[in-house]
Design a protein around this ligand. Structure first.
Ligand code: NAD
Length: 427
């Protein structure tokens, strides 16, 4: 099939590359020309395991990239909207980018002959596809949904860092369509995948994505709350959760307590669902607590630090790990951000290290010191805070020798070294 993918960030570039790998003809569209040039040269615009290989294989063949909506929509039968859906000031969903992308598609559909399906892959709150995207398409194209064009919602469940693997090996594929024709066309795209398509309506598809992410975020905040209680009782929360996770109704995943969840999805999606619930007159107390626990958790790191070394004014604090999780360069909502902000507020000097995310973090904190090796960030430090679960941190040992004071506060339970003043966040 001929597919256009609108937006070439984490979801868009992976979706495009993976559909190209499954034999489709794919055109990427983005307003960022640099990203389009990169994709045309086979260079991934973001770091994702396996993405570079796929782009090199398909770029210039069955995968091309352009900033021109007109040519892309005209030569394809189906368009996936993969643009960002950030949080507005009040936490509710900001649909302005979705609106812009939708209007650009609609303007081309106005002139295009033949049936075309527009699929929302961006994470949008229930009712968005039918009550927002569909009317914008009708208004800008002058055509009728269900007759002249199809509309569907196909949420994405990939994990950053494992996005290509997850796209190719999905646990679930959800397609919510306004009618049978659109649903069948989108489902057809996935026929080579070893996973049954859950076919439903757009609002249900949208809600499945939010329920999924909210439940995972809830597990993390739950584990963090149990961890905080365990620490006070001198109980090892990891031992507790390992046993709890053996219950087949629960599963052992997402039960590691630590500095909380970040990333482009969990915080934003839980807040967006809270916003939607309030809009329809429901007070989502559980979801609000999930966010509350998550916002307090990283600040516990600096509280432990203050207890250990007192006034932080002028103290050199090494922060190991900037990405919101390991295996990615993405720092969006990383728990290192509130921690660094708090350290700076308290007058500390920050020396930071991350294997991948330094360039991205420089945009948020341009003035702190960044190092290419953990050892160099640790040199002369009065303490070290560990914020990301990078595997290489498990091997750190002699690197701590160069610290002025060997105080380590671990937010991810990764440090194995002995003979240091070690304290875990919840253990
Ligand atoms: P992103 O910010 O990495 O990428 C969005 C892209 O859209 C950017 O390249 C941007 O230049 C482009 N863009 C902006 N305006 C545009 C326009 N008018 N026309 C064309 N392109 C435009 O976002 P992302 O992380 O890929 O997320 C996209 C959506 O997918 C969001 O709704 C997100 O919640 C959802 N999602 C993300 C993940 C994830 O792990 N990142 C997983 C599942 C779902």
């Amino acid at each position: 099939m001929k597919i256009s993918v609108i937006g070439s960030g984490y979801v868009g570039s992976v979706t495009a590359a993976c559909f190209a790998e499954t034999g489709h003809e794919v055109v990427c569209v983005d307003i960022d020309k640099k990203k389009m040039d990169q994709i045309n040269e086979g260079i991934p615009p973001i770091y994702e395991e396996g993405l570079g290989e796929l782009l090199r294989k398909h770029a210039g063949k069955n995968l091309t990239a352009t900033t021109d909506y007109e040519s892309a929509i005209r030569k394809t039968d189906i368009s996936f909207i993969c643009v960002g859906t950030p949080s507005a000031e009040d936490g509710s969903i900001d649909l302005s980018i979705v609106r812009a992308a939708t209007a650009s598609i609609g303007a081309v559909l106005a002139k295009k002959k033949g049936y075309h399906v527009v699929v929302v892959k961006s994470t949008v709150v229930p009712e968005t596809t039918e009550k927002f995207v569909l009317p914008v398409l009708e208004e800008t194209s002058g055509k009728v949904a269900g007759k002249d064009f199809g509309v569907a919602m196909n949420p994405e469940f990939l994990r950053e860092g494992k996005a290509v693997y997850d796209f190719m090996n999905p646990d679930k594929i959800v397609v919510g369509a306004i009618d049978q024709k659109a649903g069948a066309l989108v489902s057809e795209l996935y026929k080579s995948f070893k996973c049954k398509v859950t076919l439903t309506n757009p609002s249900t598809a949208e809600m499945i994505k939010y329920a999924n992410n909210s439940l995972l975020a809830t597990k993390i905040s739950f584990a963090n709350e149990i961890g905080n209680i365990c620490k006070k009782l001198k109980i090892d929360t990891y031992e507790v959760m390992e046993a709890v996770g053996k219950d087949s109704r629960i599963s052992p995943k997402f039960l590691n307590s630590g500095a909380g969840f970040g990333g482009s999805c969990f915080p934003k999606d839980v807040k967006a669902l809270i916003g939607k619930a309030k809009e329809i007159g429901y007070s989502p107390v559980l979801l609000e607590s999930v966010i509350d626990v998550n916002e307090k958790q990283p600040i516990l790191m600096t509280e432990i630090l203050k207890k250990k070394i007192g006034n932080l004014e002028g103290k050199r604090i090494a922060v190991l790990g900037l990405a919101f999780k390991n295996e990615t360069d993405d720092i969006r909502e990383s728990r290192a951000i509130p921690v660094i902000a708090e350290l700076l507020r308290l007058g500390a000097k920050v020396s930071a290290y991350d294997p991948m995310a330094i360039e991205n973090m420089k945009r948020i904190f341009p003035t702190i010191e960044y190092f290419e090796k953990a050892k160099d960030a640790l040199e002369g430090a009065d303490a070290c805070l560990v914020m990301t679960e990078w595997d290489e941190f498990r091997q750190l040992n002699s690197e701590f020798e160069a610290m002025k004071e060997k105080i380590i506060i671990d937010g991810r339970r990764v440090i194995k070294t002995k003979n240091v003043d070690y304290e875990g966040l919840c253990w």
